[in-house]
Every structure is written in C-alpha cells, then in structure tokens.
Design a protein around this ligand. Structure first.
Ligand code: C2E
Ligand code: CA
Ligand code: CA
Length: 252
C-alpha cells in the first residue's frame, strides 16, 4: 500500500470529495468538508483512515494535503463565481500545521484563487491542538489573525482543559461522532448538551458529525447545535455530484 500510495500522490491521483454541512436552523447547505479519497486500480477504494496515517508516517502528508487543498480552492473559486456562498472546511494534519511559513503559504494560495480566508475553516483534531499546546496555540492564533477560521475536530475525544480551550482562540467545535451515536442514552445526551453549553459559554459554534437519521438531527437541533453533517443529509461526493446535489437541495 505504501509504495502504491507514493505513486498515487506523485501522479496526483488523490481526489478531493465534498460532504455538505447543513445549518441546523434553516436546513441550508452552508459549506462542505473536504475529504481525501484514493482509488487504486488493483486494491480498489482505500479509506483515509488507512492512507492518511501512512502518508503521515512516511512524510507524504504535506504533498497529499496540498493536492486536496488546491483542488478545493479551485472548486471554491468556481462556486464563488456562481454566487454560491459556501465555507470550505479542510483537515489539517500536525505536520502541515507546524510547517514553516504555513500561514503565509495558505494566504498566498487563497488570494491567488480570489477567496477570502474567512471562508476557509481549518480543522485540527483536539489531540493535535493539545499535543504541543503552546506551539499549536501560537500557530492557530497566527492563522486566525490572518483571517482563517479554526475548528477543533473530534472534540470530546482528547483531554483539553477548559483553560486550554479558552486560550486556543478557535471558532468551532466539531462534536465527535461517538457522542452523536449515544444520543439515545440519557447520559450520552447530557454529554452532548454539556459540550454545546460549553461552546456557547466560550462563544464557539458547534458542528455535529455522523448524523445518520432524522431522529438524531431533531435531537441535535433541540439541543441547539449550529451545524449538522452526516449521511442523513449526504455522503461525501466528487465535485460534480456535490454540485448536482446542491442545485437540487437549493430548490427546496
Ligand atoms: P474526520 O475529519 O473526522 O472526518 C469525518 C469522517 O466521518 C469522514 O470519514 C466522513 O466520511 C465520515 N462521516 C461523515 N458522515 C458520516 C455518517 O453519517 N456516518 C458515519 N459513520 N461516518 C460519517 P473519512 O472520509 O473516511 O475520513 C476519515 C478521517 O481521515 C477524517 O476524519 C480525517 O481525520 C482524515 N482525513 C480525510 N481527508 C483528509 C485530508 O484531506 N487531510 C487530512 N489531514 N486528513 C484527512
Ligand atoms: Ca474533519
Ligand atoms: Ca471528526
């Protein structure tokens, strides 16, 4: 897999797919999360949960991340030209975050595509944001000052303290899928409510991922979550499919 992945990255065969993010109060599609996809001629589809860690461990993640990022900027530029206001959420690995001149590079690339940094959400997992707190906080602050929005991904699975969260200057918490799975259980429900209340107290938006049915969506709306994402609304899709989905969705 490793050798084949190197080949796929070198020949630019990693694709960017898009999953809609829905505003809970209106049902409108407010943006997308960009997710890497890889199809190998012999092995078939290989999921990012498999190939992203490999790419990280063999020093390929920056190049891979760059391809996904540039594809999403091209898409975002075209959507903007069509008058579609969509925010673009991109996953950022540890090595990308700590790359020298990362902020400067991102700024240069968004400006080349006539995109405002405010329409980009950089998703950093809770564990990365807290691994090297001072260093990460500094970098996140720098990105934020440059105008990018920051989301803490997989929130609730790491061990952030309230004071760390307060110092992080982020914009959103993405509630981990494991909480959404436990909405039927009263204790699971209280945990999700607690995260939403915490986010409110800190003036942060919340996104719930992994919403697979209307019942969960309704619960989350009642709890006051701001954005919903999951198979109930749409799966991640190639760009053309997403554009078709969006045109259909916007009609309703
Ligand atoms: P993540 O950032 O937490 O992304 C959310 C994952 O949940 C995605 O898995 C998405 O397809 C999946 N998902 C969305 N809705 C549902 C649902 O209703 N039910 C279920 N069961 N799953 C749902 P995916 O695409 O397999 O990505 C896995 C992980 O790989 C991502 O987790 C992210 O950490 C990483 N990843 C994906 N693309 C990239 C990338 O371009 N760069 C980096 N650094 N990491 C990436
Ligand atoms: Ca994510
Ligand atoms: Ca997540």
């Amino acid at each position: 897999i490793q050798n084949r992945l190197v080949n796929a990255v070198n020949s630019q065969r990693i694709q960017a797919w898009y999953q809609p993010i829905i505003e809970a109060s209106t049902g409108a599609c407010s943006g997308v999360e960009v997710l890497a996809r890889w199809h190998d001629d012999e092995l078939g589809w290989i999921g990012p949960a498999t190939f992203i860690p490999i790419a990280e461990s063999i020093g390929l993640i920056r190049e891979l991340g760059q391809q996904v990022w540039l594809a999403s900027l091209t898409a975002a530029e075209s959507w903007q030209r069509q008058g579609l206001a969509l925010s673009i959420a991109v996953n950022v690995s540890k090595r990308q975050l700590f790359k020298p001149y990362f902020t400067e590079q991102l700024l240069e690339e968004v400006s080349k595509h006539h995109i405002s940094p405010g329409s980009i959400i950089l998703e950093v997992t809770e564990s990365v944001a807290l691994m090297d707190v001072e260093h990460a906080a500094e970098r996140l602050q720098e990105l934020k000052e440059a105008g990018f929005r920051i989301a803490i991904d997989d929130f609730g699975t790491g061990y952030s303290s309230l004071s760390q969260l307060h110092e992080m200057h982020v914009d959103e918490l993405k509630i981990d899928i494991s909480f959404v799975r436990r909405l039927n259980d009263p204790r699971g429900l209280s945990m999700t409510q607690a995260i939403i209340n915490l986010a409110r107290a800190l003036n942060l938006k919340t996104v719930a991922e992994g919403v697979e049915d209307e019942e969960s969506a309704a619960r989350l709306r009642e709890l006051g979550v701001d954005y919903l994402q999951g198979y109930h609304f749409a799966r991640p899709m190639p760009r053309e499919d997403f554009e078709r989905w969006l045109a259909q969705h916007n009609k309703h």
